[in-house]
Design a protein around this ligand. Structure first.
Ligand code: ZN
Length: 358
């Protein structure tokens, strides 16, 4: 996710604040100062600290299973841990998903013991009161927020929320990953619609925004699962094009256009001294005004960040990498040698051909 600022690293994971979150925080602090009431600032900071530890808890279990966490981003609607992949193994998905709410319930339980020990049990009620009149109220709020976070995340069975992942993992034990995903993503979409209606009825903008993200997340999860099951068993080397056209880095854009016009590929590896030094695509060319095509050379506008993939990798990994870097093709390497190129078009063609077979 772009537009976020890294603030700290915890357990080797970069923690970032999204710009919209910073704006929310600034707004809350500003309102607090105007109203002369610091309560709301304390309240928001506590919520997001809990959200952060909730995400760290997911991440620790995920890392235990070998999943890489590239970062945790805090957004106004909650936290997001970017995982390299969500394991398709029911047990792993279950424990990763449950780790977040489990931390909240454990914290709620410990604070409840403290509340009882301090003789403040009756002050828990009314349960939805979040007033801060003295410092002891912070403990009560800490207890309630943990309870709410735990319940909301675990007991709404809408993927990609934690409850939805737990639901899918349990379902996949009986019906297999593919069917479990179809059922849980369809259910998540229905829940998202009800959540949005409920949000409009209350009205609660936060609930509406979450419903929107749940709907999008469930749709993507469903599509990704169907594509990865279609591509399963296929390797990059099975799909890649071995006959690809390269262009020398020193030619002008006008010369490149002639090559482009002749071969009509969307992207080409750029060569210099027999080595791939970049990639140039039709969209790079189209950004330069035509009058300048005779002066500017390929090396001036090519993207020199060459993203590669190993020929032996699973084909689905190529798709994940392309969407991660927002690019349309990867250079395929077999050991230290470039042996081909794999593009989104190659993947789409493979998916369509496999669909015909099924
Ligand atoms: Zn969670």
């Amino acid at each position: 996710m772009r537009y976020s600022i890294k603030i700290i690293k915890i357990l080797g994971i970069p923690i970032e604040l999204h710009i919209t979150f910073i704006l929310l925080l600034a707004f809350v602090v500003f309102t607090s100062l105007i109203l002369g009431n610091i309560g709301i600032t304390i309240y928001i900071i506590m919520i997001f600290t809990l959200v952060l530890f909730h995400e760290i808890s997911h991440s620790v279990v995920a890392m235990h299973y070998g999943v890489k966490i590239s970062k945790i981003v805090l957004l106004p609607i909650g936290g997001l841990a970017s995982m390299s992949e969500i394991p398709r193994d029911a047990k792993k998905e279950f424990f990763i998903a449950i780790a977040g709410p489990a931390l909240n319930f454990a914290a709620a339980f410990l604070s409840l013991i403290l509340i009882i020990a301090m003789g403040m049990y009756s002050r828990i009620f009314p349960i939805f009161s979040f007033e801060i009149t003295d410092p002891a109220d912070l403990l009560l709020i800490f207890f309630k927020l943990n309870l709410i976070l735990g319940f909301f995340n675990l007991f709404v069975p809408a993927i990609p929320m934690d409850g939805g992942r737990v639901f899918r993992s349990l379902l996949s034990l009986k019906f297999g990953f593919k069917r479990a995903t179809v059922v849980s993503t369809e259910l998540a979409k229905v829940i998202a619609i009800f959540m949005a209606l409920f949000g409009i009825f209350l009205p609660n903008i936060w609930l509406i925004v979450i419903a929107f993200f749940v709907y999008i997340g469930a749709t993507q999860e469903g599509e990704f699962a169907s594509i990865s099951s279609i591509l399963s068993g296929l390797k990059v080397k099975d799909i890649m094009s071995t006959e690809y056209i390269t262009v020398p880095s020193g030619i002008t854009l006008a010369e490149f256009f002639d090559i482009e016009f002749k071969h009509r590929h969307l992207g080409y590896p750029v060569m210099e001294n027999d080595k791939i030094v970049g990639v140039i695509s039709f969209s790079d060319l189209s950004k330069v005004p035509k009058e300048k095509w005779d002066e500017i050379r390929v090396r001036d506008i090519m993207s020199s960040n060459v993203i590669t993939i190993d020929a032996e990798e699973d084909a689905i990994k190529a798709l994940i990498k392309m969407s991660k870097f927002k690019i349309g093709r990867l250079i395929v390497f077999d050991g230290s040698e470039a042996t081909g190129i794999i593009s989104k078009t190659d993947l789409i063609r493979a998916i369509e051909l496999k669909r015909l077979q099924i």
